[in-house]
Design a protein around this ligand. Structure first.
Ligand code: ZN
Length: 690
């Protein structure tokens, strides 16, 4: 796998591909009238965008209704996630919202603005800990100011009513201790060396327990079928009771943890079933409901088998306790959901590439001995999302590969998708706000070409990388598959990237209709080289080297081509007004260099030539020129960028005719983050007890 768009800093973490940082700048570019505004908010290190849903009107009314109820089921799980992240998150959120909506004092002062930023950060992170670093937020307003807001807002104490008999002082003291005490609840997920990763993390998957107690508990738990092991502990909270020290599991299900919320999810899944696309899909949804009713993990696996095998619905979804990144022990899953439908055009593209896999293999610049005689392309599916919820919201993945259980993946397959409307929205938001491209590109021509083609060529490069690159080539019969050891990922990503880069400039691209003309590929070549030589340095801390495999691969390719093209001046690095730029002078020769390096890296892999692989990586992929690094970091800082991004959801509205019959479901794109958060809290929350 690789990052799905070069504009995104993408961390590949298990089955979710998480987009966590973009290269693009945020500035004060004026709003162009009537133009769709992609980014709608920015605070601290966060930007909030919105995404469009193309082809919404190509769906039938039945499909839209199906999506509508699945989306309702998606919104409903939000509070479960807040609660899973930290036991006081909902108390804090409800209090902050009570103040936000009913305080009528001075809203121009810095204190209020800082209060608002704090609340937005809580909304974005689904709690008081940063969604990425897991550290508790430090408010930029004082405890005194907060106590004043509590007192002077009509609903300041709204969450107090949900406690068991706290008075105002006790309640205010508790909140202040949670928010302002820097010794408490510091990390949601503390994996530092020497700490007890359970006892010293304040996520809410465990109570009064140490890591050892948890491990002992689950090691002892019997698994009914060892060939098909259930995911132990996935959908529960584990608690050591205060009175007799007994350890008990409390399951999320109807009649168990979060019963009322799960009833709402199920209610909407039931409504959705009526509009499902096939009997298979109906049966699958009934199985999911059965799981929510029983909490039984064997039922969960049965459901996942049905979901994984149902490969071809137009409308699909994810809904449940799924990913375990939030638990330091990797047992408990956070609740998440999405609703999506297939992007037919984009899926056609990956299919077309896949169908021509043999042609690409036969014509690659690689030595014949290292080519596969019969190659099979992978056809990735592309989807558009319509609703994001739980742990996919507001910061979503841009690709999904589920289910997680290894035995299901092996015996029944998995679904791997890329989310095209989110990557498109990231790209468009970055281009619209401008800044990074303008700062680092070498010429106006390059900027114009990037704006015109890069969204398309980025996606195409990703598809070539994923559908063909990784699957191409073969090892010689005696080669040890692990011969390249610690350099294998870097070299493997380089091989897949080079395969894509080489073919982007091929006439075949235009012939197949994958690119509109012979100019487009240059946008990808410019961007790739600029990123590999310069802009990706912005993601490395000063004084550090390049560590991550994808970043090493891009440095390797770009620097190797720069060095080896020097005699012909293929790529030029130059300074202007003290700033460094790169420029591709000869695209044809650059393509030849990509081909030569592809052939060499394929040879290294096929023969298991560790020494040659290590030499390439060490010479080109790791070290950073400290002077250039410093310059690039300074230029980047001046752009005032928010490195993390997320989205608000579009709004689905039922439209009725005069007789009260449903006529259509319309989609619209709200542009206010706070309003959407308050709307969700008001309409999709059962006020909890504390
Ligand atoms: Zn890859």
């Amino acid at each position: 796998m690789r990052n799905l768009s070069k504009l995104l800093f993408v961390m590949l973490s298990g089955s979710l591909i998480v987009a966590s940082c973009t290269e693009k700048k945020v500035d004060d570019t004026p709003v162009v009238e009537n133009e769709f505004q992609w980014q709608i908010d920015q605070f601290d290190d966060i930007k909030v965008m919105r995404y469009q849903v193309p082809d919404w009107d190509s769906l039938s009314l039945q499909q839209k209704q199906f999506i509508y109820y699945l989306a309702e089921a998606t919104y409903w799980g939000r509070d479960i996630l807040y609660d899973q992240f930290f036991k006081y998150n909902l108390m804090i959120r409800n209090t902050l919202e009570g103040i936000y909506t009913t305080y009528d004092g001075d809203k121009e002062c810095d204190d209020w603005k800082n209060f608002e930023i704090y609340l937005k950060k809580v909304w974005f992170a689904n709690g008081i800990h940063h969604h990425y670093s897991n550290d508790k937020f430090t408010p930029k307003f004082s405890e005194e100011y907060f106590r004043m807001l509590l007192e002077q807002s009509k609903d300041g104490y709204v969450a107090m009513n949900a406690t068991e008999g706290m008075d105002k002082n006790e309640f205010a003291d508790l909140l202040c201790d949670i928010i302002f005490n820097s010794d408490k609840y510091q990390s949601k997920n503390n994996t530092a060396e020497g700490v007890d990763i359970i006892a010293q993390s304040c996520n809410n998957f465990y109570e009064n327990l140490t890591a050892k107690e948890v491990e002992d508990f689950y090691n002892k738990m019997q698994v009914p079928d060892t060939a098909r092991p259930i995911s132990k502990g996935l959908n529960s909270k584990l608690i050591k009771t205060a009175d007799n020290g007994e350890i008990v599991e409390r399951i999320y299900k109807i009649g168990g943890m979060y019963s009322e919320t799960i009833e709402k999810i199920v209610e909407n899944l039931e409504k959705a079933i009526e509009f499902a696309e096939s009997d298979v899909q109906k049966a699958e949804l009934r199985k999911l409901i059965e799981y929510y009713q029983t909490g039984d993990l064997t039922t969960w696996d049965e459901y996942n088998v049905m979901w994984a095998e149902n490969t071809d619905p137009r409308v699909d979804y994810v809904n449940g306790f799924i990913e375990n990144y939030g638990d330091p022990l990797g047992l408990k899953a956070t609740w998440e959901a999405i609703v999506d439908f297939k992007d037919i055009e984009a899926t056609k593209m990956t299919k077309l590439i896949s169908e021509n896999a043999q042609w690409f293999e036969d014509n690659s610049p690689v030595d014949k001995r290292f080519k596969k005689e019969k190659v099979k392309g992978v056809s990735a599916k592309a989807i558009n999302v319509v609703a994001l919820g739980g742990d996919c919201f507001p910061a979503p993945p841009i690709g999904i590969n589920l289910p997680n259980a290894d035995w299901i993946r092996k015996d029944h397959g998995s679904k791997s998708v890329t989310i095209t409307n989110l990557t498109y929205a990231y790209d468009q938001a970055a281009l619209q706000r401008g800044g990074s491209l303008e700062e680092f590109a070498a010429s106006e021509e390059e900027i114009a070409r990037t704006k015109k083609y890069s969204s398309l060529t980025d996606n195409l490069h990703t598809d070539l990388h994923e559908c063909l690159g990784h699957g191409s080539g073969q090892l010689l019969p005696d080669t040890d598959p692990n011969a390249l050891k610690e350099h294998s990922s870097t070299l493997e990503e380089a091989r897949a990237d080079l395969f894509g880069l080489y073919y982007l400039a091929d006439d075949k691209m235009v012939e197949l209709g994958l690119l509109p003309d012979k100019e487009a590929y240059k946008a990808e070549y410019d961007g790739y080289i600029r990123n590999g030589l310069i802009t990706q340095l912005t993601r490395i801390l000063e004084g550090k080297n390049i560590e991550e495999a994808h970043m090493r691969n891009r440095a390797l390719i770009s620097r190797w081509c720069y060095e080896n093209g020097k005699a012909d001046n293929v790529i030029e690095m130059f300074k202007k007004d003290g700033k460094t730029y790169v420029k591709v002078n000869d695209y044809v020769k650059l393509r030849e260099l990509f081909g030569t390096l592809l052939a060499e890296i394929q040879r290294i892999k096929s023969e298991g030539d560790y020494a040659a692989g290590a030499a390439l990586v060490e010479k080109y992929a790791v070290k950073v020129d400290p002077e250039l690094h410093k310059e690039v970091l300074e230029r980047y800082r001046a752009l005032n960028l928010a490195p993390y991004g997320g989205f608000v959801n579009p709004k689905l509205t039922q439209v009725f005719d005069e007789k009260g019959n449903l006529k259509d479901i319309e989609i619209s794109y709200p542009d206010n983050f706070a309003e959407q958060m308050l709307w969700l809290s008001k309409n999709y929350s059962i006020k909890p007890k504390f």
